[in-house]
Design a protein around this ligand. Structure first.
Ligand code: ADP
Ligand code: MG
Length: 580
């Protein structure tokens, strides 16, 4: 006897719903994506009881006529693709034709829609479709504006097991807000709002600058901490914003990735972005990131996850490297140095354009963006990176407290910590020497003999090669001491014995978490070899130090996650003195 049966559509829809509709937030995501695909300018979301009682998404998009409004609830009914080749580089959020039937199968769903007036329909003539658990109960005309409103009541009313899995009203609401936030980051050209039990939780009016959107969603304070990312390499571009290292914290960060305007998740890419921060933040600190990748549609597959939360890149390694480099580049300019500004206002001064970039493929009726991407506003020297020579900053340097160096930049006053700055310089030089094997050393006429404890002796043995590479030529002397025949020469007042002793002590008692072995060695050496706070430097030395600092890969950050440059923006001076 045959035991195999084809499942009824209702059962099949409920199974599909298991993948697509996990909780109210997933309904919000699917409905809002539909509204975006329909070219809406304004999208309003309403929730009652965390979405358990009601979820409503209203838009002013292209709408549907009667026939389409009914068809939309059918499985695999979609206006967005018609053949598998359309899947390559698909530019709409939806394409599976699964969301509406899935949501409908586990709720009481009402869809009201009106298309633009045509020969067949006058303006204001719309259709209302009422469905219960996926079965259409009523189709009737309604009067309404062009656009669509989908109301989902009593989600999971017919699947009590699923309903039990819902979390508290607060956490369902939070997840729904989060889902909308992500889409709002991707689409600055659309207004979004979310009202929950009559309280407005999110308002994001249409904007052209992403900093304004970030400010609307997360507040001005975070917006002011972000540095622009603007990177291109062959076919791919990476734009967005990353947090200034000095302002990154160990909790509460936000990390959002987009590809061709579509939000997606990828812990490996987030890791790659964090790698861009190496040696600029302490271990355990997690910077906020918004990164939008632009890539030809055929190099990324967006059809690999039922809720389209993940994508697959054809060349993942290349993308990871590019992301790391893009972040690294963003941290390079003086602009990346921590700013001294009042927090009572928008101090961002950041960007002027959409960071998500334009969608390369405009097929499939995707509305795309209505405004061209603008350009960055003036950022002083920020986007040019540091000049090759400090000469660009003239001769106005001032050492104060024998510890800090002040100089003028087009964007304000840069304040350099002489120890941190020198540390950064020596760190990068040591890394280069460690990789190339062998830097400049100075032979000593009278070798130094240094007495060490067993753990330090062991550290010398273990790091012999690296010590050599940076210029310490060390020889075991038997017993408790070593003899040093040559030493590095990082600055005229260098105390080789003291540096060596401190270095091996640090190596033996391992500090500096979160760096690899070479980086740790270089950082430890740099810290011990650098000029100290409290040393008077003459004009030539100051100049030399700044020159070397500005030629570094990452001038504004020391190797412990502290700043080496603090900037006092000219705009802040102007504001304080009432010149703004
Ligand atoms: P998909 O988005 O994958 O096409 P859905 O089940 O989400 O599948 O939607 C089915 C179809 O219904 C869409 O292709 C679209 O034509 C239509 N539709 C859904 N929501 C809207 C909307 N808000 N405005 C206009 N058309 C819509
Ligand atoms: Mg859809």
């Amino acid at each position: 006897m045959g035991r195999i049966r084809v499942l009824s559509d209702t059962v099949a829809d409920q199974i599909a719903a298991g993948e697509v509709v996990e909780r109210p937030a997933s309904v919000v995501k699917e409905l809002v994506e539909n509204s975006l695909d329909a070219g809406s300018y304004t999208i309003a979301v309403e929730l009652e009881d965390g979405g358990r009682a009601l979820i409503r998404v209203s838009d002013d998009g292209v709408g549907m006529d009667r026939e389409d409004a009914v068809l939309a609830l059918d499985r695999h009914a979609t206006s967005k693709i018609s053949s598998t080749t359309d899947l390559i580089g698909v530019a709409t959020y939806g394409f599976r034709g699964e969301a509406l039937p899935s949501v409908a199968s586990v709720s009481l769903l009402e869809l009201e829609s009106a298309a633009a007036s045509s020969e067949a329909t006058a303006a204001g003539e719309g259709t209302k479709v009422v469905s219960r658990g996926g079965r259409i109960e009523k189709v009737e005309p309604v009067a309404r504006n062009q656009g669509t409103t989908v109301t989902v009541k009593r989600l999971f009313f017919n699947t009590p097991a699923r309903r039990k899995f819902l979390k508290s009203q607060r956490s369902e609401t939070r997840a729904a807000v989060q889902a909308l936030t992500v889409l709002a980051l991707a689409r600055l050209d659309v207004s979004f709002s979310l009202v929950s039990d009559s309280r407005t939780l999110l308002t994001a009016p249409r904007v052209s600058a992403v900093a304004d959107r970030v400010a609307a969603l997360f507040g001005r304070q975070l917006a002011a901490q972000l540095l622009p990312v603007d990177y291109a390499n062959g076919p791919i571009s990476i734009r967005g914003f990353v947090q200034r290292p000095a302002e990154a914290k160990s909790s509460g960060r936000k990390a959002h990735l987009f590809v061709n305007g579509r939000p997606f998740r990828d812990p490996f890419l987030i890791r790659a972005a964090e790698n861009g921060y190496r040696a600029t933040i302490p271990a355990g600190v997690r910077p906020t990131l918004f990164l939008a990748i632009g890539i030809p549609g055929d190099r990324v597959d967006v059809n690999v996850h039922p809720a389209k939360l993940e994508v697959r890149f054809r060349d993942k390694m290349f993308i990871e490297r590019a992301v790391e480099e893009a972040v690294r580049d963003a941290l390079r300019p003086l602009e990346a140095a921590v700013r001294m500004v009042g927090l009572d206002r928008d101090a961002a001064g950041t960007d002027d354009r959409q960071f998500v970039g334009s969608v390369p493929d405009q097929r499939s009726g995707f509305p795309g963006r209505r405004e061209d991407a603008g350009t960055y506003g003036t950022l002083g020297l920020a986007l040019d990176g540091p000049p090759a020579s400090v000469a660009a900053y003239g001769r106005k340097f001032l050492q104060v407290f024998d510890t800090y160096i002040l100089f003028e930049t087009p964007a304000g006053i840069a304040i350099v910590d002489q120890h941190s700055a020198h540390e950064r310089v020596l760190y990068e030089r040591a890394m280069a020497e460690l990789k190339a094997g062998g830097g400049a050393a100075q032979r000593l006429l009278l070798p130094l003999t240094v007495d060490l404890e067993p753990p330090e002796l062991e550290a010398v043995e273990q790091n012999q090669e690296q010590l050599n590479a940076i210029g310490f030529e060390v020889e075991g002397f038997g017993g408790q001491s070593v003899v040093i025949h040559a030493v590095p020469n990082p600055h005229p007042r260098f105390d080789a014995r003291r540096c060596f002793e401190e270095l091996v002590a640090d190596l033996a008692h391992g500090r500096l978490e979160g760096l690899n072995r070479l980086e740790r060695f270089a950082a430890t050496y740099a810290c011990r070899a650098a000029i100290k706070a409290g040393q008077t430097l003459d004009h030539g030395e100051v100049r030399d130090l700044l020159h070397r600092l500005l030629a570094c890969e990452l001038p504004p950050h020391d190797v412990h996650g502290r700043p080496s440059i603090v900037q006092l923006p000219l705009s802040e001076l102007e504001r304080r003195f009432g010149r703004a």
